[in-house]
Design a protein around this ligand. Structure first.
Ligand SMILES: *Cc1c(COP(=O)(O)O)cnc(C)c1O
Length: 222
């Protein structure tokens, strides 16, 4: 199957209100152009240098989402053009993004990443850490970032029940956070969850943004 056909297949499954971020990390500009010509405009990358090089050489109406672990010293390279940063996993990082966004004269959209998987290796806040930060309220003074929602990754497992449980826990937490701190902030409406192997469960649990890579582009080339 071609990239365009794979893309079509995923898009056909999306209910209204759910958007696809095509994860193009480690794939070539040619592969991205194929998806672009099939109509896709939202792409996600996990490395700053790679995303910036692609941004510079590809059409300017692409929305670039950063989905990786962001190091503070590299924020400045993506802040001028990034549409959404999915992986804010510390308050310090949020403060740094705000600082760089102010320098660039932008308001940068961000998602808070929650740790919902069993694996130790995945980044993100615990629910309690997230509650603490939001309760402390200092984020309200960060005028160059816009908190748009939450992001999470389920455990990489074949156990469907576990995946469902993790997505539901994040979805419930999203509702709590929305009610407690963002009831009057319309921009806070995104729940980024679901990858190639689990996006159907993520959609069932209330995802608004799925991040699908290998199902569209095939296995990564390196
Ligand atoms: C790589 C990646 C994806 C896409 O994974 P696939 O299994 O290729 O769909 C989604 N989210 C994050 C955070 C990733 O790093």
């Amino acid at each position: 199957m071609s990239i365009a056909e794979n893309l079509e297949e995923v898009l056909n499954e999306l209910p209204e209100g759910v958007r696809l971020v095509a994860i193009s990390k480690f794939h070539t500009n040619e592969a991205i152009k194929e998806a672009y010509h099939a109509g896709q405009r939202v792409f996600g990358e996990s490395k700053v240098q790679e995303m910036t090089a692609k941004y510079e050489s590809l059409p300017k109406d692409i929305e670039w989402h950063f989905i990786g672990h962001l190091q503070t010293n590299k924020i400045k390279y993506i802040v001028p053009y990034v549409s959404l940063i999915h992986g804010i996993d510390s308050y310090k990082l949020l403060v740094e993004v705000n600082k760089q966004a102010a320098k660039a004269g932008r308001i940068v959209n961000c998602l808070l990443q929650l740790h919902i998987a069993e694996e130790e290796t995945k980044f993100g806040f615990s629910f309690d850490e997230c509650r603490e930060i939001l309760t402390a309220g200092k984020w309200r003074e960060l005028h160059n970032i816009q908190l748009c929602g939450l992001m999470g990754m389920a455990t990489n497992t074949d156990d469907n029940e576990q995946i469902e449980k993790e997505f539901c826990s994040l979805s419930n937490f999203f509702k709590e956070v929305k009610d407690m701190w963002f009831a009057d902030i319309e921009a806070f409406h995104e729940l980024s969850m679901g990858m190639s192997h689990d996006y159907r469960q993520a959609i069932a649990a209330g995802s608004t943004l799925i991040r699908v890579g290998s199902k569209i582009f095939g296995n990564r080339v390196y």
